[in-house]
Design a protein around this ligand. Sequence first.
Ligand code: GUN
Ligand code: FE
Length: 421
Amino acid sequence: MKIYRANVLFTLTPKELNVLEHGYVVVGDDGNVIDTCQTLPERYATEPVIDFGDQLLMPAMNDLHVHAPQYRNHGIAMDMELLPWLNTYTFPEESKYRDLKYAERMYRRFVHDLWSVGTMRAAVFATIHPEATCLLADLLHEAGMGGMVGLVGMDRNGSETLSNTAEEAVAGTKQLIEHTAQMPLVSAIVTPRFVPSCTPEMMTALGQLAKEYQLPVQSHLSENRSEIAWVKELEPESTCYGDAYLRYGMFGQTPTLMAHCCYTEGEEFELMRQNHVFAVHCPTSNCNLGSGIAPIRRFLEAGIPVALGSDVSGGSGFSIFKVMQYALQMSKLKWLYTDHQDQFLSLSEVFYLGTKLGGSFFGKVGSFEPGYAFDALVVDDAQLNFDNYSIQHRLERYIYLGDDRQLTHRFCQGREIKLKE
Ligand code: GUN
Ligand code: FE
């Protein structure tokens, strides 16, 4: 058992931030939280306490949409919208992952950067290459971090060097399932790139695979207007973009993440609600690629689960704290453009999305309630807290002004994760 003392912050519900000033989190040997309390119950009186002093202790970040093989491109090449951006910058870069040496060099940096910004679990797109994808799973596992890794299926409209067949995507995903079978925190996720990249044959094969192995699914949905128009042309029988996943068993038949959903409305909105499909909000990416502003308030009001994603390299950085900041700011623009119809998001809401709601995709992750995995960050914000701010304001300042320099400890499933700086 481990007992930690610090200024504890977490969200039970989107509505409010729980704050325990100099409170305690008791963690069992299995890495799960036993107790979170303001004063330490008598039964723990003889146990040693690890005291983090005046630092903040909060759940670690969950990134529910990120492309590991776009590592080299993050922070560059944001001068195009989605479709030309994919063809010009993204597909050529992902082609390089046939070379395992290149993959290792980049994937090591990728895992390090996730860790650095306090993301302990992620839903990750890899590439079409099975060896490099298994290597990525190894690196996450060796680091002690958690996540779901997807071998990407794409058999149309890619480039000559970045294309697989339905058979190869299924075989590669099966290889990954076997490869991750003994990894407690890393697993496989079925990953059709998006409808324009996948023939009906690919969609059928991946849908069957998800069903057979009861695997979760991740993809992209209604990110950009030209993409949506293209899907209409490619899949004339589908009643909406979301329906083009649904008809192949990949829209909530097993747990499903759909990134972006900037233009989701009407039938697609209703299908997401009924099938409990996660909308993964990627506001930094939606800004960089000029894609749009997702209707997050309406999703939340309808009970559609919303998680946060960095979407590197559409998104320019890995920090989910930065994504929270953008989610807040973009929601103000949405509020403005809807004539104040869509109320903007609050601090506790975006924090809830990045921790507890995003974490729920991995199980009991993202909170400090008893039974939750102790995935946590310790933040020394002394330099930002120069005049006795409230704990809530200290979190807000950290989201807007902080970075990895203030993170002093990172935990995943109870274990402190230390990588070389
Ligand atoms: N849609 C299909 N592939 C991608 C990708 O790599 N990034 C983003 N943002 N959208 C996509
Ligand atoms: Fe993406």
